[in-house]
Design a protein. Structure first.
Ligand code: PBG
Length: 325
């Protein structure tokens, strides 16, 4: 029954009516805030390409974590910048590594804040790749053991959840088995299941100092055009024991998020990555866009596509806006 019986504008007349028929809304419980931790004391170093994002030392990180918790954000995702890098990324799985110490410090000071750790070698290897190098290749099976060791060391430090981002085949199963053997059968795995080889990670690699020193990550991260393959990646990770599966990046991959939501019954996370964040910041700095509205619209689109959880550098600002600041 078309016009004039149907008038779609009837339910758009006032903000109150719009609120009543609104289909989704991003809430703070949907958000995970990434944090970068480095060695040192009293460090709070601005990441040049990511306004509002810093590298913290453990003391300033704990303050930040407290603030994040007070704002009502439930979880952080931790990335570490090691003192030294080597071929095998040794600090990634050292019991006194930067992330292990940071997790311990946060859990002691702010026990209710969920601490998720990024499990990868690329910040810790001298060559910047996410695994061990054999010849000119990133060796899959040899890497698994180190990835699993890294996850277990994070759990030992008190991590609430581990998030492997290396994209080696079989890492979820290796991690699950290693965690279970070490009595961490209750620690969930959020796997970066469909992680694409994306140019949107550029600013992050400044923040974490993990740009590959030769080649790129296309032999292990996914080829951006592949949609069916993303579903295969996700289903394999679920079979291997992933509790939450992630699509990354978010904005150019909303179709993948939507497909994943329609296909699987586990919680879906999406990573609103560094390049997506810095484009908004750069355009807002020039007054080309309204930052608050654009950010809210972006987060809403990611949730509307089907994400239950959104990892975003905008979490704190969003929380402040929600609080009316
Ligand atoms: C590490 C990792 C990366 C990101 C998260 N974990 C970089 C990469 O894979 O090169 C990117 C996050 C972002 O861009 O915000 N493997």
């Amino acid at each position: 029954m078309p016009f004039p019986i149907n008038r779609m504008r009837r339910l758009r007349r006032t903000e109150t009516i719009r609120r009543m028929v609104r289909e989704i809304e991003v809430t703070l419980d949907d958000l995970i805030y990434p944090l970068f931790v480095a060695h040192g004391l009293d460090v709070k170093l601005q990441v040049p390409s990511m306004p509002g994002v810093f590298q913290y030392s453990i003391d300033t990180l704990v303050k930040e974590a407290r603030e994040v918790k007070e704002l009502g954000i439930p979880a952080v995702l931790l990335f570490g910048i090691p003192a030294d890098k080597d071929e095998r990324g040794s600090e990634a799985y050292a019991s006194d590594g930067i992330v292990q110490r940071a997790v311990h410090a946060i859990k002691e000071a702010v026990p209710d804040l969920i601490v998720i750790t990024d499990v990868c070698l690329c910040e810790y290897t001298s060559h910047g790749h996410c695994g061990i190098i054999k010849g000119k290749e990133v060796a899959n099976d040899e890497t698994l053991e180190l990835i699993a060791r890294t996850a277990v060391s994070h759990a030992c430090a008190g991590a609430d959840m581990v998030a492997p981002s290396d994209m080696m085949d079989g890492r979820v199963l290796s991690i699950r088995e290693a965690l279970d053997e070490s009595d961490f059968s209750d620690v969930p795995i959020m796997s970066y299941a469909a992680k694409f080889a994306s140019a949107f990670y550029g600013p992050f690699r400044d923040a974490a100092g993990c740009a590959p020193q030769f080649g790129d990550r296309s032999s292990y991260q996914m080829d951006p055009p592949n949609r069916r393959e993303a579903l295969k990646e996700i289903s394999l990770d679920i079979e291997e024991g992933a509790d939450i599966v992630m699509v990354k990046p978010a904005l150019s991959y909303l179709d993948i998020i939507s497909d994943a939501r329609g296909t699987f019954d586990v919680p879906i996370a999406a990573y609103n990555v560094s390049g997506e964040y810095c484009m908004v910041k750069a355009a807002a700095a020039k007054n080309y866009i309204d930052e608050r509205r654009v950010t809210t619209e972006i987060l809403t689109s990611i949730k509307r596509a089907g994400a239950d959880l959104i990892i975003t550098y905008s979490a704190k600002e969003f929380a402040l806006w929600q609080a009316g600041v």
